[in-house]
Every structure is written in structure tokens, then in C-alpha cells.
Design a protein around this ligand. Sequence first.
Ligand SMILES: NC(=O)c1ccc[n+]([C@@H]2O[C@H](COP(=O)([O-])OP(=O)(O)OC[C@H]3O[C@@H](n4cnc5c(N)ncnc54)[C@H](OP(=O)(O)O)[C@@H]3O)[C@@H](O)[C@H]2O)c1
Length: 323
Amino acid sequence: MGFFELLGFIVFIYFIVNIVLWLCLDSDIELFIKEKFGQPIDSLRGKVVWITGASSGIGKSLAIVLARHGVKLCLSARREDELEITKQQCLAESSLKPSDILVLKMDMLQNDKHEDYFNRVVQHFGRIDVLVNNAGRSQRALWQNIDLQVDRALFELDVFSVVNLTRIYVKYVEKNSFEGHVVVTSSGAGLIGVPNSGSYVGAKHALHGYFDSLKLEMPKLNVTLFCPGPTTTDFLKTSFTHKLEGEYGGTAESSSKRMTSERCAFLMATSIANKLHTSFAGPFPIPFLLYVSLYCPNVRLVLLKLLGTGALTKIRDPEKSGK
Ligand SMILES: NC(=O)c1ccc[n+]([C@@H]2O[C@H](COP(=O)([O-])OP(=O)(O)OC[C@H]3O[C@@H](n4cnc5c(N)ncnc54)[C@H](OP(=O)(O)O)[C@@H]3O)[C@@H](O)[C@H]2O)c1
């Protein structure tokens, strides 16, 4: 075999292995490698991590995973009783002391109070090593029916409150001359368009623009954009619709098409421990779909033409594909 045949063969095998991994894994390949050979979650032991939206779902599961590894936590959200339940679960599964977990009742939409909340966390722990911007609401609505007020409200919560809190953190990092780490729970819908969630997709995409730019301005700052695919949480209950009043009210039942929030949180914690920039996770076909969409957008268009948009809706909402 000549040099060029050998090179061609290696490239061929490389692509075959990649495609097989896209089909088999429940995360991107970098995260899979870090899960097996990278920094363990335990490398975060003793750090102070602030998780917004820790009263349920992914934020709650992440808190429990991190607590098991001795991470000190600030848990914030609006439902204080649910935060207390998260705290008790964290304490039950770890050797943390009650003072290692701060419960902070906080509405992310009150941007003018962010600085006060921030100072309270710093006062309690003396520092904040990692800020996890996880609070957010999803959406189910047809693009053309969405009131502009909904676009604005969704951006207020999923984008502007995140940007505002992060600006306070970034100034704190600069003032105290340490690396710092900002984490954002984005979504697969932050990487590609999906049907039935126009404002949400726009908001999650906006986060990537904001945080990629931040990373360029502050190269030493660690920025992690974690992008889960469909995950079993209560998110459908409180999702926005096309009108400002009311919530979607659906249930995201456990299904082989959804990741458990525990697995999602484990992968997220691994991504944080390894300071990865962008990670994604989800059961088949999410990684395959994301890789094809990002690397071969034309193939994605052909696939969508063959399968129809309904196939994508079914992947996201197995139980309510038509609404
Ligand atoms: N589940 C999925 O399939 C999926 C997929 C991709 C991305 N995500 C993202 O994952 C993140 C967490 O969602 P989840 O699925 O875990 O849903 P969830 O269980 O509904 O969690 C949402 C969290 O955000 C908090 N929150 C909502 N509005 C808030 C506000 N105004 N102020 C403070 N906290 C607020 C909620 O707490 P309170 O109600 O107590 O305030 C709750 O803790 C979101 O950013 C979502 O976009 C989820």
C-alpha cells in the first residue's frame, strides 16, 4: 500500500469510527473521552459553586452530584421550600455541613437585586469559584403565532438575567485576579433550530453569541456551554406558549428518547470538572443529529426533507408531538 492509499485508509477509518460514535454515545465525543480519562468530578471538591434554578430538574440533580463530591453550594430559585428539599437531599448524600449549602430565594428577573444576592453569597462563603447559570424556561408554540411580548419575556429570563448576573461575577473575577468559571445550561436548541420553540431557540442561540464573545475578551476565564437534549424534568409544565398568560402545562414523561436528569447532571458535572467549552448530551439520535447539523448542514437539510419536521418534533416531545 502506497503512502496516499494508507493516508486515505486512515482518514476513512477515522470517519467510520466517528460516525459509529455519533450513533452510539449519549454525549459528544470530547465529553465521552473526558468521562473515561479526564478530570473526575472529585477534582471540584471544596470549591464553591452557585447553581441558579436548583429547585428542580437538571439544577437539582447537578446539586446532588456535586454535593456527593464535597462541593460547597449556593442553591437559588424562587421556590424556597423546594430549595430546602434539594439541600436536605444534598446533605443526606454527602458529608457536607449545613453551612456548606446556602439556600437563596431569588427571582432571576429582578436584575436590580442581583448585586445584593451576589454579595450575600460572597459574604457567606468568602468566594464563588463557579457560577452555573441554569435557571430558565422552555417554550412550545408555533413560530408565526408567538406574541412579541413572549419573545421579550423569554429573553428577559433565559438571556438578559443570565448576562446581568454573569457581568457581576466577571467583574468580581477580574477584581480578585483568579481564573473563574462561568457555566451556562444552554440546549441542543442553542446549537440548531428546532420546531415549536422559536423564541426559546433564539434565546439559547443568543447565549452562545454572548459567551463566545466573553471568552474572546477574557481568554483565561473558563466558559462552559452545556447543551442537553430532551431530559426528563418538569420543564414542560412551566414552558412558555405563544401568549404571555399561562404555561404549557405538559409532562415530560421518562422515555428512552429522554435522558434522565441524573445522567444529564453527571455529564454536566464532568464537563465542568474538565472546563470544556461546549458540550452536548442526549440519547440517540441527538448526538448524531447535532454532529450532522454542525459538520454537514446540507446533509441535515436532506435528512429533514426525507423525514419531515414532524420527526424532529417527535424526538423532542414523544408524548405530545402535535401540539
Ligand atoms: N429538560 C430539558 O429537556 C432541557 C433541555 C435542554 C435545556 N434545558 C435547560 O435546562 C435548564 C433547567 O431546566 P429543567 O429542564 O431542569 O427545568 P425545570 O425543572 O423547570 O427547572 C427550571 C429551574 O429554573 C428556575 N427558574 C425559572 N424561572 C425562574 C426565575 N424567574 N427566577 C429564578 N429561577 C427561576 C426554576 O425554579 P423556581 O420555579 O423555583 O424559580 C427551576 O429551578 C433550563 O435552562 C432549560 O432551558 C432543559
